[in-house]
Design a protein around this ligand. Sequence first.
Ligand code: ATP
Ligand code: MG
Ligand code: FE
Length: 339
Amino acid sequence: SLLLAIESSCDEMAMAVLKDQREFLSSVVASQIDIHAMYGGVVPEIASRKHVECVSVVLKETLKQANIKMEDLDAICVTKGPGLVGSLHIGLQVAKTLSLAYDKPLIGVHHIAGHIYANNYEKDIVYPALCLVVSGGHTELVLMKHPYSFEVIGETLDDAVGEAYDKVGRVLNLPYPGGPVLDKMAHLGKASYALPKPLDDDSYNFSFSGLKSAVINLAHNHKQKGLEINQNDLATSFQNVVVDVLVDKTIRAAKEYGVKEIMLAGGVSANRGLREKMKEQVDMLEDVQLSLPPMKCCTDNAMMIALAGKVMYDNNKFSDLSLGIKPHLDLELESIGGD
Ligand code: ATP
Ligand code: MG
Ligand code: FE
């Protein structure tokens, strides 16, 4: 099969062409990070305007790199949600227009299913699997007993991990987004600041707003007293606490549900500290393997939407032209078959 995938849920306009299981003929990501960095975060109104400006160029480039024509495609996959309303609209409208004009089936993909299926990039996911989804807007543990079946066994009660990273980054006056910068700094410092361990209970839920506030208060208190804060040490202290709770709960859930594979997904799965600690802990489990998405598949891209869309394509899960965007789409309801 030959699939075109379109992703525009936030501030990236991305497209990719997937041939069969995992051969990518092209992948283009038009990022707006430079623009939103001036505001310290994504400005939705600007994101959708920029999408309108670049969408045709991205499509042209994606087809050119793949050396194919629209006529060659078997289907068009597009992120239908969750995400920013204005941003989602651009990608979906383009997908529907192409679907109508070239008479190609349309496949609406859940953005987080896309992040999870980035783990199909190198080899097939082994089920039952457990995925720790850590992104800018989501932090959840997803149990997959079968292909494309999703059970959310725990989630954040407040901030997502990526959001906490970015807010801490903003308080420390780091360039946006704070996540990757803090990750680098965390490898240069030592954990000299005592921070509260976030929601260390026997549920699989998470909470990061208390930790975030503790870091922000610490920074403010130092400033008020005219004391210099060691930013690298604070980054290390923050990252250690975050990574510990994420890895602990994932490993405990993996044991309880007897999964064969543990996966990471979402932008924060690029985090070096998280990847290292998870690997160390999974290595100690018997008969459980770890899957880490390749770095270029961690933050938003269209390859991941194509990989999830491919499973839907193989299961004949097509949408008609009445498909609308779903800013708050439930992942579990996207499950195909299984229980
Ligand atoms: P969602 O997928 O929940 O809708 P999103 O698409 O905005 O949210 P992603 O693109 O998946 O989010 O990830 C972006 C987030 O990942 C940002 O918060 C960014 O700071 C964070 N991030 C990226 N790299 C790293 C890293 N190395 N360490 C920590 N955080 C990181
Ligand atoms: Mg983004
Ligand atoms: Fe995302």
